[in-house]
Design a protein around this ligand. Structure first.
Ligand code: ADP
Ligand code: ADP
Length: 222
């Protein structure tokens, strides 16, 4: 089981890179933000519990998040491996993931940090549009869709996320960056952390991620 963790602040480009990498490695993306948004949309109990945290830019409590992630990992399409986007986001989540993988005789093969300075994160989130069907992200300036308002990949409508408003963007940065630091330390300690410069173009970041994975001994496609 190949498990790759994509780390980065909100807006760093994880959701952009994850599907590109998934196509190269032929394993699915598991994005907890997308799972939470689907639960909110479907009006499930979990979605109702998560919504107020998401709207406030806060992390959803670990207990709820770990449960959501473990249920997703138990599905058959995750058996060969997964690319995790947006999980783990706290040290508690990172430890829970390590335990769950150890039970299957697996471990995180690489944790790739997409590193982007704060002012660029704000620019990215303020211009972000995502698709209704799968959350594929676009940017009105740096990464526009071919047809305005329509996803290139699945043709669904694009919208701006409720939490991509200036006040919530600032709250997310204030509240989530400290926890990200702990997750980075977790993977630095276990020796699987690799950092790529996320300020480059989308293609250059993708190439840098491939190099980082090769260095970590997690083979790229093929
Ligand atoms: P971004 O793409 O801006 O990084 P996400 O789509 O990953 O944001 O997440 C949106 C929101 O969902 C977060 O602000 C948080 O409220 C919640 N969330 C997603 N993943 C996690 C997680 N691993 N732990 C706690 N909350 C999470
Ligand atoms: P995350 O999932 O880490 O929150 P996204 O992948 O949604 O981040 O990217 C945030 C915004 O920045 C989106 O509007 C996306 O189109 C844009 N973006 C992503 N990568 C780049 C890049 N390398 N250069 C410029 N803009 C980017």
């Amino acid at each position: 089981m190949r498990v790759i963790v994509l780390l980065g602040a909100p807006g760093a480009g994880k959701g952009t890179q994850a599907p590109l990498l998934a196509a190269r490695l032929e394993i699915p993306v598991v994005a907890t933000g997308d799972l939470f948004r689907a639960a909110v949309r479907d009006g499930t109990a979990l979605g109702l519990g998560a919504r107020r945290y998401m709207d406030a830019g806060q992390l959803v409590p670990d207990e709820i998040t770990v449960k959501l992630l473990l249920e997703r990992l138990a599905r058959p399409d995750a058996a060969a491996g997964v690319i995790l986007d947006g999980f783990p986001r706290t040290a508690v989540q990172a430890a829970a993931l390590d335990r769950a993988l150890a039970e299957r005789g697996a471990r995180v093969g690489a944790a790739v940090l997409v590193d982007v300075p704060a002012e660029e994160l704000i620019r990215r989130m303020s211009g972000r549009w995502v698709c209704r069907r799968a959350g594929h992200p676009y940017h009105e300036v740096s990464n526009p869709p071919r047809v305005a308002g329509v996803c290139d990949i699945d043709g669904s409508e694009l919208y701006q996320r409720a939490d991509d408003q200036p006040a919530t963007i600032r709250a997310r940065m204030d509240q989530q960056l400290g926890a990200l630091g702990q997750v980075i330390e977790h993977y630095r300690t276990s020796g699987v952390l690799r950092t790529v410069d996320g300020r480059q173009t989308i293609d250059a970041v993708a190439a840098a991620i491939d190099c980082a994975l090769a260095e970590a001994g997690v083979a790229a496609a093929g």
